[in-house]
Design a protein around this ligand. Sequence first.
Ligand code: SF4
Length: 287
Amino acid sequence: MNRAERRRQAKATKKKPVGEEKTSAPRLDIAQIKSQLQQAASPQEVQQFVGQLREHGLPSVGGEELIAYAAQYHEALAALNGDDEAACVALLVNSAHAWADDRIDQSPDRKRRACQAGCAFCCYLPVVLASAAEVVYLADWLRANCSAAELEAVRRRLKARYDQRTASSQSQSPLPCGLLQDNTCMAYEARPFKCRGWNSVRLEACERAYGPDNPIIKTETPTTVPVDPFAFVMGNAVLNGLSDATQHAGLDGGAYELNAALLRALDLPDATLRWRNGERLFDGRCR
Ligand code: SF4
């Protein structure tokens, strides 16, 4: 299914008026629902199945989440079955990011978002998660887009984060993500799903929850920052579709700490091919 078809499918299954939704819970658990979506032979089957769940009370956003998941799952499996194994990874992740962005842009709360260029409070989180596919893709993206000096600087920052995380003292403020440069993400177009889907709707909450040491007393934590819920759900739905497809193709579909895993991927010039051949490159120190 290409992107235009996915958009058409999402449009066709748009939200019902609230009054039409029934209140009884769907009878299937999430594993059964995912299994049905994975076995669906066409977008129409996905749509039909989601329609049935809606008849049993699945909320509108839940339906859109399942459709985004299924579309990504089927597209990723098709890409993984392609011939050009190395190029396929770039195609796979690029297309998944574009699909997530498309869904995230449909959020009814997008105008309420507080995020803007130069604001990077949430890039100081102690852990940033990314899938293995995203990590090898990001390493290739950095090699293709950065000078040798920039790459060396990135490595130094990633190593500093890694050393801080593995040090015994837990009391230090988190260092910025290794990809943060001049308060801007240097790999913005290749950033992971988790960063794409995380959009605060209250700047003051970010100031109080994250960031380097500053005079603001931190009265909030990252979990109390209100975010755009639709964008958050859609980012995760597409990520889960990609991760499940990679796992079902016999590849590592796990999630890893971005900085530690990226440091490892940059140390392995053939990380993408090795991941594509089924190696687990990030276990152990990258959790
Ligand atoms: S990848 Fe980019 S957007 Fe995400 S935490 Fe790191 S610097 Fe911030």
